[in-house]
Each structure stands twice: as C-alpha cells, then as structure tokens.
Design a protein around this ligand. Structure first.
Ligand code: ZN
Length: 371
C-alpha cells in the first residue's frame, strides 16, 4: 500500500489589490530578466558560481532593482534556466508573453492560507483568493506559482505534499466499476449508466465559435479586435474552469464510492481515432478525467486497474466470451450467436473491461507479481 508522499497542485483565482498587482508584475519582469541574463552569461562562457543563491546575489549587486524582488522567485528562475540549459541545451530566452513566477515556502517568508480567504505570499502579504477547494488537512505547502493567464486574471497554483489517507484495510473486489469511454456520451459504466458532459460545456463551445466568427470579421490590430480577443480568452478560461470543476466532482464521487475502478488503457492518439475528429477538447477531458481518478484512487489506497489497450472489449460477449470479429462501429446492439444474449455495445464493453481487469489483478496477485 502506498505510504509515500503525494505531490499535488491546487489552483486558485487570486484577487490582488492594485499595489499587490504592481509587485507581481514587477516580479514577472525581474524573473524574466534574470532568466535571460543568466542564459546570456552561460552562452558567453562566463564562469558562474555553483549556487543559485550566489548567482542571484551577484546580479543584485549589479542591478539595484533586484534587491526588492522576492529572492526565492529569482533563485527558482535560475533553477529553471539551469534545467533548460543542462537537459535540453536550449538557450532560448523567455518571451514577454510568459507571466509567472514560482516561490518557495520558507520559514522567513511563509506561504499559507489565512482564514479561507487570503493566501500569505512573500513580498505581497495577504492576497485575497477564491478558496473554492480546501487543501487536505495534513498538506504541507512546498511552493506557489503566481501567474497571469490569457484572460488577464491572476492565479496561484499551490504545490503541496500530503500523505495518502489511511489505506483501506481490505479492498472489496466486488465493489468495483467498469468504465468505457464512449461517444457521444462521456462514458458508460457496467451498470448501464450513461454519463454525459453537461450542457454548459456544449453551450460554451457554441458561444466560442460565434465569438470567433465575430473576431474574424474585425480588423487585425484594432482596438475592437484586441477587446474581442480578451473577451474570448475570458470565455476559454471559464470553460476550462467549469470543466475542471465538473471533473473534480465526478471523480471524487467515483473514488469515494468504489474500491476498484476498471478502465481501458487508452492513449490520446487512439482516442482521437476512436471518436469524431474536431472533438479535441472532449479528448482532453477524457485524459484529465483519468488522471484525476488515478490520483484520487491512489490517495484513498484503492485500486485503479487498466485493461490492455488491445483487449477487444466491444467485440467480446461478456456472458460466454464469444468474440464477434464482424462487429462494426455502427452496430450499437448485437445478439451473441453463441449464447443468444442481446447486448448493448457500450454496456457490454464496460462489463468486459471490469471482468478482464479483475481477472488480471487476481492472476498477478496469485503469481505474486507486483502491481
Ligand atoms: Zn455470448
């Protein structure tokens, strides 16, 4: 059972006041400056001190304005530049679009949630935030990334470490759910429940394409064009937030209810072949759904099992095991020629996924393989 620390990110909308905004924007500029300057120095073959702290102190002596900037943010940008340069040999400078910085939770400049309404951040003090999702009780904040996104709003992504909740003493293999991704629904479970993405999602998509049409009619570079772009960025952000919120609620419900979740090990490429093209946002939602579910099951000490991606889950009759190689994608229902069961394509697939995952799990357990 997992006893290792889990690292996770929690993202919140920030509502900095005018003064705090100024400090944040100044820090964006300063980290970009230090990042680019450091890469320049590396490229020029200049001998740099090995410790990020000494590099930052060197720059602070040279550039007065860096002295008022959060030191942890400056050090983090050096780390990022070092990683980039060492791993990829990339000396590409940061462009002006990038507006974020990362700062660590240190004793002398702590990061903490204050009264469910503020977050204390280095050099900023208490910044108002929308605390829509509480951190786990035992969470230790490691660092925070402050960013401004396309919609012009500010966000903070808090990285925490926490211990998984006490693992369940015994996993009840009967308390399981089989999930089959399915278009046009979001997924279908082995009990025949069809889960759709909510209507707001499609509504927002329609709205976005309308706004896009408007944008295309505008003169590029004009004030209207710019304002329309900002409006669209805000809509994109809203749909992103809604989707995230919906998927969080859905995955928490499943992870609380079941001991074992069985699903297909789909890769994204396969998904896009599987479903109508042009539904890329849907595909992202599938990937996100499975990632969220994975960590939530792990956190609860429960099981998430994957069926082999080449397992013919739709073509196999879940009652007798007959494989119908003639099944077409358009066949929503079929009757098994062997046992005569009338099968709903998607529910049958979800049942097969569940049966297959649990069989494989039992086999691995008997043969003593690690999971
Ligand atoms: Zn059959």
């Amino acid at each position: 059972m997992p006893t290792t620390l889990i690292q996770r990110h929690y993202k919140y909308l920030l509502k900095p006041n005018a003064q705090q905004k100024e400090v944040i924007v100044r820090t964006f500029g300063a980290v970009r400056f230090v990042y680019n300057r450091y890469l320049d120095d590396l490229k020029a073959g200049k001998i740099m001190p090995p410790m990020a702290k000494d590099i930052v102190n060197g720059y602070r002596k040279e550039y007065e304005f860096l002295n008022v900037i959060d030191g942890s943010a400056l050090m983090n940008t050096i780390f990022q530049a070092q990683d980039k340069a060492a791993v990829m040999g990339v000396y590409k400078k940061r462009n002006d679009q990038r507006a974020s910085y990362c700062t660590a939770n240190l004793i002398r400049s702590p990061i903490r949630i204050v009264g469910d309404r503020y977050i204390q951040l280095p050099k900023l003090g208490n910044v108002e935030l929308v605390y829509h999702r509480p951190l786990p009780g035992d969470a230790r904040i490691k660092k925070a990334t402050i960013m401004r996104e396309g919609d012009g709003k500010y966000y903070v992504s808090v990285m925490i470490e926490s211990y998984p909740q006490i693992p369940k003493a015994a996993i009840d293999l009967e308390n399981s759910i089989g999930i089959d991704y399915s278009s046009p629904h979001f997924f279908i479970d082995d009990q025949g429940n069809r889960i759709d993405m909510p209507h707001f999602y499609q509504n927002m998509q329609d709205r976005l394409s309308q706004e896009k049409k408007k944008l295309n009619r505008m003169k590029k570079g004009s004030k209207n064009y710019y304002e329309q772009k900002m409006k669209m960025a805000a809509l994109y952000q809203k749909v992103k937030n809604q989707r995230m919120d919906y998927l969080h609620k859905l995955t928490t419900k499943i992870a609380d209810k079941y001991d074992v979740v069985c699903m297909e090990d789909l890769d994204m490429q396969q998904i896009s072949q599987h479903f109508d093209l042009g539904k890329r946002t849907y595909d992202n939602a599938y990937g996100l759904f499975s990632r969220l579910l994975k960590y939530k099951m792990k956190q609860r000490g429960k099981l998430l099992l994957y069926a082999d991606r080449y397992f013919p889950s739709s073509k196999t009759c879940h009652v007798c095991g007959y494989v119908n190689y003639n099944l077409k994608l358009s066949d929503r229902f079929w009757q098994c020629p062997q046992c005569k069961t009338y099968l709903d394509r998607d529910v049958n697939a979800a049942r097969n996924i569940k049966i297959k995952c649990i069989q494989d799990y039992k086999c691995r357990r008997v043969s003593g393989q690690s999971l």
